[in-house]
Every structure is written in C-alpha cells, then in structure tokens.
Write a protein that binds this ligand. Structure first.
Ligand code: FES
Length: 140
C-alpha cells in the first residue's frame, strides 16, 4: 500500500492557498516542537466569515498537504466553524496520514487557531478563552 493517499499527493503537488495576505485580519505562526518546522496562516475576515486564507510553511510534504486541505476547509466558513477544525478532520479529508506524520497536520490546526485568536484580539470581539487553551503539542 502506498504511504500517502492520492488526495495527499494531489494537495502536495497542486497545493492551494500558499502565500501572504497583506493587511490580514488575523495572523498566526506556530512551530512544531517535534520537527522544528514552522507554519504561518493569514486570514481575511469579513462579518465573521473567512473570505480568504493563505499559508506559508517551512514544513514537509505532509504539512503542505494538510495546510492546503485545512485552508480549503475553512475558506468561506464562519470563524466559529473554523475554530472547530481539528487535525484529525483534516487528516481524514486527506484520506489519512501515516501515524508518524500526524504531528505535521497539527501545525495547520494550531496556526489557524492562533490566527483566529489574533483576529479576536485585534477586533476587540468577545470570545471564549477556553477554546484557546494551548495543547502544547506545537511547543507554543
Ligand atoms: Fe515537520 Fe512534517 S516533519 S511538519
């Protein structure tokens, strides 16, 4: 059996949403304690809807595929829904990741959460702080 699913390979080869958003409404950067790689997410938000999202990474192919999929999954969604995105849901949407590569998908989830936190803080909106309790998996 191939190590990576067709969907992982497709998102790795034709990754979506790579880049930077100038004047983003939320920016989140995290490092992965396990491998030392870095992920940065930029969000454009209008009326609590994510209208655009981009990512930059110093990460492996699994991190690129996970971020490509994760950004597609939150684009056009309300911020509350984006907050519920888990790395497991991203890995499932990719058709699975090898166990030793699951930590790569955590980068995208954590960076999105951090960018949303940045959005809430910049916009002065009320939010549930308990949603942002650090799990520590990315060494942040
Ligand atoms: Fe670092 Fe995958 S090995 S993100």
């Amino acid at each position: 059996m191939a190590l990576y699913s067709e969907t992982v390979m497709e998102h790795f080869r034709n990754h979506r949403n790579v880049g930077v958003i100038e004047n983003a409404d939320g920016v989140g950067e995290v490092g992965n304690a396990k491998c030392g790689d870095i992920m940065k997410i930029y969000l454009k938000i209008d009326n609590d809807i994510i209208t655009d999202v981009k990512f930059e990474t110093f990460g492996c192919g699994s991190a690129i595929a996970s971020s490509s999929m994760a950004t597609e999954m939150i684009k056009g969604k309300p911020v509350g829904e984006a907050l519920e995105l888990t790395n497991k849901a991203v890995a499932e949407a990719l058709g699975g990741l090898p166990a030793h590569k699951m930590h790569c998908s955590v980068l995208a989830e954590e960076a999105i959460k951090k960018a949303l936190l940045d959005y809430y803080e910049k916009s002065g909106k009320d939010y549930d702080r308990s949603l942002f309790i650090d799990c520590g998996c990315c060494g942040e």
